[in-house]
Design a protein around this ligand. Sequence first.
Ligand code: DGY
Length: 323
Amino acid sequence: MSRPRILVTRRWPAAVEAVLSERFDSTFNSDDTALDAAQLREALLAYDAVLPTVSDKLPAALLEGDAIRTKILGNFGVGFNHIDVACAKAKGIVVTNTPGVLTDCTADIAMLLLLSVARRGGEGERELRAGAWSGWRPTHMIGTKVTGKTVGIVGFGRIGRAFAQRCHFGFGMDVVFYNRSAIDPMEATRYGAVQLPTIEDVLAVSDFVSLHCPGGAENRHLMNAARFAAIKPGAFLINTARGDVVDEAALISALEQGTIRGAGLDVYEAEPNVPEKLKTMENVVLLPHLGSATEETRTAMGMKVADNITAFFDGREPPDRVV
Ligand code: DGY
């Protein structure tokens, strides 16, 4: 029997590509150039499985029609707001993701952003590399103390919890959080955290607000002008979730007006485009969507996709089925 034909849209870790080659009739993207909409559509017509990632947009327009050959989208990434999953479901296309394996590394990046923006790490490094450091002095590049401050977490899933644990047990911070559903207080205590009823309650008391909720329609512009107005004056915003959770225009005006003291961002509304204004602001730390970017995690993510599509083509339930 012929092996399923699969297309991997971007370069993946070598160990994962080796596993996929053993199991499937695999096509890889050796020069790692992003596929455009027409190429993604062609792939959906020609392959049994397409393995996209978070930067490949798969709206209904690409998934519709009877000619689609693809039966499973094995997404490389936990977030799947780039795929119209309702349309995939209606078409009987299975979608899987990669939860669990990027929890720690994404929480680490949120911590890196929090520390960098509070202690002016990026700004200090830029000054030094530019040859502009004139030496130690008592008033040089004064930042904000992190230990003992209050952090507010929006979204208390795996990554929100891992971040709470780092903040509370690593940095002696008080942790409050907002989550759509109620979390057992005993469970929250394991992470040193206390649930508050509304996002506004969290914004009002937090020195740092960190976003850990999914992107997509339900949370689009959750941080909007009204919420920036409700934030504790001088707080910092950290976003490692999805760019569309923050209204970037409202963020820029909150930074310009000094409503918030700074921001640490790993994700943006129109990646890879980052508003020029943000790039000019010294009190903003900008990373290029690095949350899961470690060798261990990216390999584990790829192996999860391999397991999901292997289960599917063996007639078993894929472990990380979304629809
Ligand atoms: C994801 O998996 O959704 C991340 O944003 C990419 O690591």
